[in-house]
Design a protein. Structure first.
Lengths: 435, 435
């Protein structure tokens, strides 16, 4: 087969800071998927994109080409008790202690909106939703398309593994970016996320774009730009899209790990749980409901147990036992407050890295995670602490991991004299939408 | 084995515009040679170097690391009739019709300086010295180190293939840059050339840095910068180094190809040949002699046949028959002047590309070249031409190649009204040395 373009020519164009032609983008993504453009050529192109950027039109075309590399799902046959059902999806750019999908999906389903959460496993210091749910005995992540449709129609929510058929170009490119230092690029992140979400075929999408030390985007302006690009990409593809910019310098909730995050999610579904997890769950649910034309207050369905009912049915439908005891770590180690005062800083990246090193996360795709590993937080910024009081409990099955986890936390928190009122946290920084 | 660094960290550092630490450079080149740093990682790093540059100190360290990846040659045991002999080498950055090595090496040897020309094959529109010499029946490019030493001691000059042991990191990286659009980077070009030349162990080196359409460097300022960096790298490594900046917008001489360039070289060795080829040969010879402390005028040894004698001995020692008829192309096609006037422009890149397409060059490393293919130039810029007069003869064994060669030449020359005096060519633009 004669190729329409030459990879070297395409790389050179982006290298020289020029705009890629639409046909060049289509070709390079397709040829990369077919293996005609080699990994080393795509990595050179990715670095050129990283350093020279892409314009909005290029990003949109790049996203479309990645969607076209695979199959598209169709949720239009979903029928609920009252007829055709709207679908709403949420995507988080990844943070520490971010278990929001677990209470959120059943909560939104309560209001008759179907929530297909095709999720991934974690890599590095941010956890993966599937890793968390897999700590529930019997629960399985892999479902057929028919099973997904059945759950969406019958229960209204499903959290499962994304099939290999969605945007295979993105799968290849994502793995490549990870080993070539080309991850933190707005055009590449935006097109990666949105190609999968658009191919999934949801009616609406809410993006939770994290900002801060524990997020990809450390800086609010860049996070805002990423959110803006993704909202545009979604709207152009006919998906009603909005984004919340949320704070990720401090871990979400009081648990970072796998089983302990499921436990905390169940507390939230039982009407309790940490305030920040509840606040963000409700805020995202409100966005998703609004996108489906529903003005009700989702806080109610947390308080009255309806969200919990959907959650339990959802877990059972995937083989999980919501009443089974969750795995616990065999070993624990406490990190104590070094002095009296106020916990004025608790760094999300440090806690995420500690949890990862304890075995809750993986360094390579093929690694297994420990269900019981992680970090329990006994104080959050603004809390008064006394010298010698436990600030965190580190959990693992393999105690030889403690020293490196402790090391990760060494510069990760600060106890200062002063007033707890000085420590302020705004969780939701901004909202972006097409209007 | 535990690795001292992480490839992603090294790439990220250069991506972010920072200076690489000396130990990082040593590690990344060594780990790439060992296959621990993958091709796609090195290509991302090469693109980051391309776009963010390297400082002088980084380039010097990178060069040293590439030298350390392989063996170093030692020409110190070379004894001529008068005792220990100085060695002088020449390197050209590559041009169209550049056959200078063929007359130059024997010419310099006449004066008692040993000339080891470890050369390569051509890729793309610039020809390779070995490809040219291989058109001589019987001549072989591959010699053992002992044979090289014997020729240098006995004849004083050798042109042969560089062994695989010299700077293997450069060999891998060079092939990678070719397919990832990371060729035209001053730090990467300078370190590539100088690592091989320094590993070769010559006492002195003269660089012929080409400028213009037919060269890597289209622009004089960038060519000057490349020359400056290479002179510094050579001097720092104890090799007396100078550079001539020479014009490469017009092909050198009247022949571009393989056998026809050997033919033209023999004309120069016989005291004739095109003026520009003679001028550059003599200028480079003068540099090489001066670096060895010899002030004689090399033009004499071209005129009196002494250089020809050395050339014939050199060819014979490698199995070649200097009296054998050279291969000729089976088919020819003439390009005619479209009007009366002066040939005011003859573009080196266009002629080089035409010659390549006729079969004189290769698109892939593994391709064979046609010995007889190429372009004979019947007029050079400044010459008066009459409408219908042949400007060039295209030569190939495979006439289906003519249309694409003619196409390459379509915008490649201009015949204008006016005076031939308006067309001026300065061949040697500048000289750079450590002083």
């Amino acid at each position: 087969m004669t190729e329409a373009f030459d990879a070297v020519e395409v790389i050179r164009r982006k290298r020289d800071g020029e705009r890629l032609a639409p046909e060049q983008i289509d070709w390079v993504i397709d040829a990369y998927t077919r293996g005609v453009v080699a990994e080393e050529q795509m990595s050179a192109l990715a670095m050129a994109v990283f350093l020279n950027g892409m314009e909005r039109g290029e990003i949109a075309r790049w996203t479309r080409a990645m969607i076209a590399s695979g199959e598209r799902l169709d949720f239009s046959p979903i029928l609920g008790p009252g007829g055709k059902v709207a679908t709403a999806d949420k995507h988080s750019t990844g943070g520490v202690g971010d278990k929001i999908t677990l209470p959120l999906a059943p909560l939104v389903a309560v209001y008759g909106v179907a929530v297909p959460q095709l999720s991934g496993r974690g890599l590095g210091h941010t956890g993966g939703t599937l890793d968390k749910l897999e700590s529930i005995p019997g629960w399985r992540a892999e479902l057929s398309h028919a099973e997904v449709l059945e759950m969406l129609g019958g229960i209204g929510a499903v959290i499962c593994a994304a099939g290999a058929g969605l945007a295979p170009a993105d799968k290849k490119l994502y793995a490549l970016r990870d080993v070539t230092a080309t991850v933190e690029s707005i055009p590449l992140i935006a097109s990666s996320i949105m190609s999968k979400k658009i191919a999934e075929g949801t009616d609406s999408l809410v993006l939770d774009v994290k900002v801060g030390s524990g997020a990809f985007m450390k800086d609010e302006e860049r996070a805002r730009e990423l959110a803006r690009v993704m909202v545009e990409l979604g709207e152009e593809a006919g998906v009603r899209t909005s984004a919340l910019l949320t704070e990720m310098s401090v871990p979400l909730g009081a648990s970072v790990g796998n089983a302990i995050e499921v436990e905390e999610s169940v507390e939230v579904l039982a009407g309790g749980g940490p305030g920040d997890v509840v606040e963000l769950t409700v805020a995202l649910a409100r966005e998703m409901l609004a996108a489906s034309g529903i003005g009700e207050d989702p806080a109610e369905a947390l308080a009255d147990g309806r969200a919990m009912d959907v959650y339990r049915r959802m877990i059972r439908a995937q083989g999980g036992n919501p009443d089974a005891a969750l795995p616990t770590a065999r070993e624990s180690h406490q990190v104590l407050a070094p002095s009296d005062g106020v916990l004025s800083r608790l760094d999300a990246l440090a806690v995420g890295t500690a949890s990862w090193r304890l075995g809750a996360g993986r360094a390579r795709k093929e690694d297994a995670v420990q269900a019981g590993a992680g970090v329990r937080l006994h104080a959050k910024p603004g809390d008064r602490v006394a010298r010698g009081q436990p600030l965190m409990t580190l959990l693992t099955d393999t105690p030889e991991r403690f020293p490196r986890a402790v090391e990760a936390l060494e510069e990760g928190f600060t106890v200062t004299e002063g007033d707890s009122a000085d420590v302020e946290r705004r969780l939701i920084l901004d909202r972006l939408s097409a209007e």
